[in-house]
Write a protein of this length. Structure first.
Length: 491
């Protein structure tokens, strides 16, 4: 695959994930113009790159979505239908990107249905009380010569009413871009031929002054200048070599202790210190914030909320907690399954919550923090809690346990049956749950990385799942002991 195309696929996928997350945030807080500016900037970049690479389907979709978001900038109310439509266009773009990655060519097809809906929403969703909607601004293109039978005024009106084609930029967009640029770039130095009274002051100013950045998208430019992309295989090989170096160092330290060679100990201690620092540095390159695994969850919760007819709030704490990239990849699916499980099985409908004396809106809370050499992740909800009796009945029905064994088990032990393959207490199979696959995947992936799962539930108050996993799978500190002529490693 061409390097330029590979870079485009990687950056666009990351940008789309960010847009997904930011759109959900913007829907909840439409007054935050910074979020919209960040979304608009990402989509505009995607559109421009698609035009450069000659990808008309992607360019047209991105342009239609950008047009609708431009209406938000102009004051159009942010409605759930409009946000859903933009999210649908993002999903379509992701599908096209998947085909592009597989074949290295843009898949054939048409997206007119979605583009027409986006245009219709953009044209029909903005209403002003003072005046009727203005026609679309003229694109920056040369106008065709006027025919003798048509007046100049009529021609201008026709040009103004023509919708923008993909890749064209409206005058409003240009003016807005100039205004935004003016806030970031300092005035240019004064020419020598026409010195101004304050020329010295202008020259004394820096050519460019950093602008205060927001927490999410606006720090990205600054960070991008301080980082580079490295192939994962390169990092894996480097980590393997460091692991071998650590093992060799430990062998040398053991030899040094046996021989009591003081002259040998000084350089060996220096080598040991350098090796430890190198190991720590390489491991840091593999660390990523767990927020990367949480990025898609707000969109998932939003979709589930509409599908299940529930009001769900997602809280996330400790998103900057870092762990090994390999571990991060393995917990993405378990986290998704547990959030979906909390939304479907844990939280009640608004009517059920009101009847139970609760607020209509349920809450799913994600938290993460470090504890020793592990990371603790907790997924909790304030729903109905686990139905112990239903779990017992299902366990007996599936032949997982006998009645005699069940009587001796604690409630916590009974609750762990939900991780059994094919186990589900759902009354019927839906698109969300009911096949008994999700929680089995959770246990399998967590076991694979040497983690543990603990469940707590209180009837009527909610339940929580706590996962304890190692920060890294590359090197594990252990105590070496010898007994009966055999050596053992205790983590």
């Amino acid at each position: 695959m061409d390097d330029l195309l590979r870079e485009f696929l990687t950056e666009t996928s990351e940008s789309l994930d960010t847009v997904d997350n930011q759109l959900v945030r913007f829907e909840q807080d439409p007054s935050d113009a910074k979020i919209l500016d960040n979304i608009f900037r990402l989509v505009h970049t995607i559109k421009g790159t698609c035009g450069f690479l000659g990808l008309p389907r992607l360019e047209a979709l991105a342009h239609a979505g950008e047009t609708l978001m431009g209406k938000f900038r102009d004051g159009m109310p942010v409605k759930a239908e409009a946000v859903t439509l933009i999210l649908s266009s993002i999903d379509r773009i992701k599908e096209i990107l998947a085909g592009l990655e597989a074949t290295e060519t843009e898949p054939e097809g048409t997206d007119e249905d979605l583009i027409e809906q986006l245009h219709a929403m953009a044209e029909g969703g903005h209403h002003t009380a003072e005046a009727p909607p203005e026609p679309a601004p003229a694109p920056v293109v040369a106008a065709p010569p006027a025919k003798p039978a048509v007046t100049a005024g009529t021609l201008v009106e026709q040009v103004l009413e023509r919708p923008l084609r993909p890749g064209e930029v409206s005058l409003d967009d240009l003016e807005r871009a100039f205004r935004e640029t003016a806030t970031e770039v300092a005035p240019a130095p004064v020419a020598k031929a026409a010195p101004a009274p304050d020329a010295k002051e202008v020259k004394a100013k820096p050519a460019r002054k950093p602008v205060a950045m927001d927490a999410d998208g606006e720090v990205a430019d600054k960070i991008a200048n301080q980082s580079i992309r490295v192939n994962v295989d390169t990092l894996e090989h480097l980590m393997t070599m460091v692991s071998e170096l650590v093992l060799t160092r430990n062998q040398l330290l053991e030899i040094s202790r046996r021989n009591e060679d003081t002259e040998f100990k000084v350089p060996l201690q220096r080598l040991s210190n350098v090796t430890a620092e190198l190991q720590e540095g390489v491991m840091k390159t593999r660390m990523q914030p767990i927020g990367n695994a949480w990025q898609k969850l707000p969109r998932i919760v939003r979709d589930l909320s509409g599908e299940l007819g529930k009001q769900i709030e997602l809280e996330m704490h400790g998103a900057d907690t870092e762990l090994d990239r390999q571990v991060l990849d393995l917990i993405k699916d378990p986290l998704t399954h547990m959030v979906r499980n909390s939304a479907d099985h844990g939280l009640e409908t608004p009517a059920e919550r009101l009847a139970a004396g609760k607020g209509e809106q349920g809450t799913i809370r994600l938290s993460a923090y470090h504890e020793g050499g592990h990371i603790i992740i907790c997924i909790a909800d304030n729903g109905r809690g686990l139905n112990t009796e239903r779990i017992k009945a299902k366990a007996l029905q599936n032949g997982l346990v006998t009645e005699a064994e069940l009587e001796k088990m604690t409630e916590a032990q009974i609750h762990k049956f939900i991780f059994a393959p094919g186990f589900s207490t759902a009354a019927q199979v839906t698109s969300v749950s009911g096949r008994g696959v999700g929680m089995d995947v959770v246990r399998t992936n967590i076991d694979q990385i040497g983690g543990t799962i603990d469940i707590k539930s209180v009837a009527g108050e909610g339940s929580s799942v706590t996962i304890k996993i190692p920060l890294t799978l590359a090197i594990v500190s252990a105590l070496i002991v010898e007994a009966g002529g055999d050596r053992f490693a205790i983590p």
